[in-house]
Design a binder for this molecule. Structure first.
Ligand code: SF4
Length: 428
């Protein structure tokens, strides 16, 4: 099923402007500008029940309606800093269905009365940024961007901006700091971006996948969109499937599809006759779920995944088979989080450093059981005590794996009990 976001798989060359136009492209934008008030667009998106696809799942139309209507200018900023390990959906949308994405950005800008929108891309997407720049120039030549569009008083300009490849710049306030040319570190909140965002002005920050839904909602209506997914999580979702699975890739499926269907029907199951052991439903920042019958039959939506001890997040489903020891896996995730901690707050800066060293020690058979308990204690002292979500994210795999896969740690600790081992410490 590729009904909304991955339409390019059904319509060849949809990344070419004439083809996108022939398939109804930019009619929604034209209709919005010429026959709808901005608030009507927001109300329609609200009625569709669309929730942000960046991870938090916040209702999109409601977020748009929070923009401060007493202060101008307004800005739209697109979070295209796709950096979560295991996540590769926004890239496919921007590469293969770029005009639908850009039309979504333009509709959002109109709805929140912004005349400028910035697309913030992760640094490694420099070729993609160049392609988007060409598309934006094309839209300017075609009269779809620029001054007094369709004879109205509305003007709009789009710009791309490359980050430097820092994971923290996917956090919306760090992204805004980076876009302003400062060090990419999160801001204290409140105030929130809809009242104090880019350059201190009201700003809506949305994810790529979220905005790519909007043209189809305008074209086909809120009820049509609600025909997919569940009551509280309507629409489809692009699930990025990776890890120990036969056919990794992006799959667009209704929200509420079960893990079992995604992994075994679409993903072809587990290779080499192995069994499934665990699932990380939201990339490296996810808790590890025990892949039992209950978990496999859990619908992947914002309400159901917490019932098995994790969050849907960005829906980057990483499959782990029975050949993997979790001590090895959390050591890999801690390398990532220590590297990406921006260092602004002490629990995260110090905690990721010590968690990485303890997981290193456990993974290499140089630990006692006390070290596993210490690791759990460090994680619990980081969780909930940091300025931004990265600190919490760094603890999810650690705490859930110690709790749910205790045997893996016992194997590591009991196999090679050390006589005396020093942790080699260098400056974090
Ligand atoms: S939690 Fe980590 S990444 Fe977030 S502000 Fe603090 S140090 Fe930086």
């Amino acid at each position: 099923m590729n009904d909304i976001l991955l339409r390019h798989r059904q319509i060849p060359n949809l990344d070419q402007f004439p083809i996108y136009r022939q398939n109804g492209g930019f009619e929604a934008f034209k209709r919005a500008l010429t026959s709808m008030q901005p608030d009507e667009v927001t109300d329609l998106v609200k009625a569709s029940g669309l929730r942000g696809r960046g991870g938090a799942g916040f209702p999109t139309g409601m977020k748009w309606s929070f923009i401060d209507k007493n202060v101008f200018p307004h800005y739209v900023v697109v979070n295209a800093d796709e950096s979560e390990p295991g996540t590769f959906k926004d890239r496919e949308i921007m590469e293969s269905n770029p005009f639908q994405f850009l039309e979504g950005v333009m509709l959002c800008a109109y709805a929140v009365r912004a005349n400028e929108a910035y697309i913030y891309l992760r640094g490694e997407f420099w070729q993609l940024a160049a392609e988007l720049d060409k598309h934006i120039e094309y839209l300017e030549r075609e009269g779809l961007l620029g001054e007094k569009l369709f004879g109205t008083d509305y003007s709009l300009r789009l710009y791309t901006h490359l980050g430097a490849g820092a994971y923290i710049c996917g956090e919306e306030t760090a992204l805004l700091e980076s876009l302003e040319g400062k060090l990419g570190q999160p801001r204290l909140r409140p105030p929130f971006p809809p009242s104090f965002g880019l350059y201190g002005k009201p700003t809506i920050v949305n994810n790529v996948e979220t905005l790519a839904n909007v043209p189809m909602i305008l074209e086909k209506g809120a009820d049509w969109f609600r025909g997919f997914g569940t009551e509280k999580s309507p629409g489809t979702k692009v699930f990025s499937l990776s890890g120990n699975v036969a056919k990794p890739g992006n799959y667009e499926l209704p929200l509420g599809t079960t893990f079992r269907e995604l992994i075994f029907e679409h993903g072809g199951g587990i290779p080499n006759g192995r069994s499934i052991k665990a699932i990380m439903p939201a990339g490296a920042s996810s808790s590890l779920i025990v892949a039992d019958e209950k978990a496999l039959d859990t619908p992947m939506d914002y309400e159901s995944v917490p019932s098995v001890g994790a969050m849907l997040g960005s829906a980057s489903v990483i499959v782990v088979d029975d050949s993997v020891n979790m001590a090895w896996l959390i050591n890999k995730t801690m390398h990532f989080f220590q590297h990406e901690s921006c260092g602004k707050c002490t629990p995260c800066r110090e905690g990721t450093f010590w968690m990485r060293h303890l997981t290193e020690r456990i993974e290499h058979g140089q630990a006692r059981w006390e070290d596993v308990e210490l690791l759990n204690e460090v994680a619990s002292n980081v969780k909930g005590k940091c300025l931004c979500a990265l600190g919490d994210f760094s603890t999810e795999a650690v705490m859930s794996s110690i709790q749910r896969f205790r045997h893996d740690f016992e194997i590591k600790v009991l196999s090679e009990a050390p006589v005396s081992v020093d942790i080699k410490v260098s400056n974090p």
